[in-house]
Every structure is written in structure tokens, then in C-alpha cells.
Design a protein around this ligand. Structure first.
Ligand code: NAD
Length: 279
């Protein structure tokens, strides 16, 4: 690895699993001291045990509790003096239309997927400013368009994406703020989807690359945004979805109209009015 993070201090919330774990591994491999901030101490210990490095620091935190977020930031600041990178990754999924969920459900999704990122960023800001550091929010393609039965999650991730833009304006030039929006990624959070053959049959057909992302592929994008390679990238939402959001949602005409044999006729590629017929 290039050592882009040599001597840097990074915090990854929700760092003990999935995209967070892959991000911890990537930043550590590139030289950072990484604080694994997660609600599950046993998962933190398992990750720290597998990396066996004095540059991995575990910190148990419930990102739903503002006082615990403040303790996390204070502990890291006391130990290291600065914070170079904050990855706001901790998040939960949510299934249901607004008529299926109650306010407690809605508020929990908003609290972890938006508010926790805001509060961690606010609390860490003086230390990020000191380091001329940056923040990466882990949003989702679900924050860019709507899905069936994901109302709270769609709303929360959309809020996080626009919060990214607002913060990028407010905290420049000292602190850059960007987001990564993964598409379907093979993590424990998504196992209810990736483990269902009917869902996966429909989904992989719609994914241009034909498979979910590996968490390491999302971590690579997070590491790019957090690195000096992205020194002029600010307020950006980097979609990492294998091309899924490139699709307008129209049916696959090339398959329906006969695929390659149909496209072999150049005439069939031109869409124009037929002379003499009303438009
Ligand atoms: P994951 O469940 O594998 O990991 C999430 C981690 O967050 C876990 O280790 C969990 O213990 C921790 N966490 C949950 N609640 C917490 C809390 N209150 N305080 C502290 N830690 C807490 O999930 P993942 O798929 O890696 O998701 C990571 C992020 O990526 C989330 O923000 C999610 O919305 C987003 N995302 C995931 C996908 C996907 O398909 N997996 C797609 C788009 C976006």
C-alpha cells in the first residue's frame, strides 16, 4: 500500500463489521492509527485480534447516545491530539412504508443514520480543523432515489447526502466533507436481501456488474475521499454501485427486442417518425 495515511488518525464508526470493518483494514494498511468505534465490544475485539496492531484502538460506543459520542471524540483527542479522518459509517437499515412504521421506528433510523453523523462531526470539528482533516459520510444510493418499502431509510440517507453538501460549504477550507453512496454490498446488514434467492435473482439481473459490491470496494472509495488524492474534492457524493444508478428504470429493450441479432441491423437503431403517418 502507498502509506497515504502514515501518521494519520482516523475514526470509523460502526467499524467492527461490513463496510466499516473493510474501511478500518484499508486505512490501517495504508498507515493510519484507526479507532474502531462500535456498539459491539466482542466484534471490536475480534477485529483487533485479527489485525494485532498497536495502531488499532477499540472504543465501545452507542452512536444513539450523544454523551457517548462526545466521550468517543474526547478520548481520541486526548490520546492523539488531532483527528485527521472521521468516517461516519454506523447505520441501520429500515423496511416499511410510512403506513407500516411508527414514530419510534422513524426516529431511531433518523437518529443513527443522520443525527449521529451530525453530532460526531460537530464534536470532532475542532480537532479536524486543527489537523486540516476531512469527513466521509457513508450514505447510500437509497438517498438519491426512492425505493419500495424503504421510506425512513430513503429519507435518512437523502438527508445525509445534503448534509454533506451543507457541511462542505460551511467548513471549507479547513475541513473537506464528502459522502460515499454504496449500492447493494455484501455485509451482515444486507444479509436479509443477499440471502434471499428471489430478491437476488431480480436484483442481480438489474445490476450492470451482475453482483453486489464487496465491502473492500466501498472502503477503497472511502479511502480515496479521505486521502490527499482527493485534496480538491469537497461536497461530493461518490456513488459506488456498479452502475446501478446509471439506469433510468426503463425496461431492457435490447433483451426484449431480440438482443444482438436485432441490433445487428443498423436501420433498427434509428428512432424516427414514419413518413406519411401522423406523429
Ligand atoms: P453492518 O451491519 O455490517 O455494520 C454496521 C456496524 O454498525 C455494525 O458493526 C454495528 O454493530 C454498528 N452499529 C450499529 N448501530 C450502532 C450504534 N448505535 N452505535 C455504534 N455502532 C453501531 O452494515 P454495513 O452494511 O457495513 O453498513 C454500514 C453503512 O453502509 C451503513 O450506514 C449503511 O446504511 C450503509 N450502506 C450499506 C449498504 C449495504 O448494502 N450493505 C448499502 C448502502 C449503504
Amino acid at each position: 500500500m502507498s502509506g497515504r495515511f502514515d501518521g494519520k488518525v482516523a475514526i470509523v464508526t460502526g467499524g467492527a463489521s461490513g463496510i466499516g470493518e473493510a474501511t478500518v483494514r484499508r486505512l490501517h494498511d495504508e498507515g493510519a492509527s484507526v479507532v474502531v468505534a462500535d456498539i459491539r465490544p466482542e466484534a471490536i475485539d475480534a477485529l483487533a485480534g485479527s489485525l494485532r496492531s498497536d495502531r488499532i484502538v477499540g472504543h465501545r460506543v452507542d452512536m444513539l447516545v450523544t454523551a457517548e459520542i462526545e466521550t468517543l471524540i474526547a478520548t481520541v483527542a486526548d490520546r492523539f491530539g488531532v483527528i485527521d479522518v472521521l468516517v461516519n459509517n454506523a447505520g441501520i437499515g429500515s423496511f416499511g412504508r410510512i403506513t407500516d412504521i411508527d414514530l419510534a421506528h422513524w426516529r431511531e433510523v433518523m437518529a443513527i443514520d443522520v443525527e449521529a453523523a451530525m453530532w460526531a462531526s460537530r464534536t470532532a470539528m475542532p480537532f479536524l480543523e486543527k489537523a486540516r482533516g476531512n469527513i466521509v459520510h457513508v450514505a447510500s444510493v437509497a438517498g438519491i432515489a426512492g425505493d419500495y418499502g424503504f421510506a425512513a431509510y430513503n429519507a435518512a440517507k437523502a438527508a445525509l447526502i445534503n448534509l454533506t453538501r451543507a457541511m462542505a460549504l460551511d467548513h471549507a477550507p479547513h475541513v473537506r466533507v464528502n459522502a460515499v453512496s454504496p449500492g447493494l454490498t455484501a455485509t451482515p446488514l444486507a444479509v436479509g436481501l443477499t440471502g434471499n434467492p428471489d430478491i437476488m435473482a431480480a436484483w442481480t439481473n438489474a445490476l450492470p456488474l451482475g453482483r453486489p459490491a464487496d465491502p473492500a470496494e466501498i472502503a477503497a472509495a472511502i479511502a480515496f475521499l479521505a486521502s490527499r488524492d482527493a485534496s480538491y474534492v469537497n461536497g461530493h457524493n461518490l456513488v459506488v454501485d456498479g452502475g446501478g444508478m446509471a439506469h433510468t428504470g426503463l425496461p431492457n429493450f435490447t433483451n426484449i427486442l431480440g438482443g444482438a441479432s436485432h441490433l445487428a441491423s443498423a436501420e433498427s437503431l434509428v428512432i424516427r417518425p414514419v413518413p406519411g403517418e401522423p406523429a
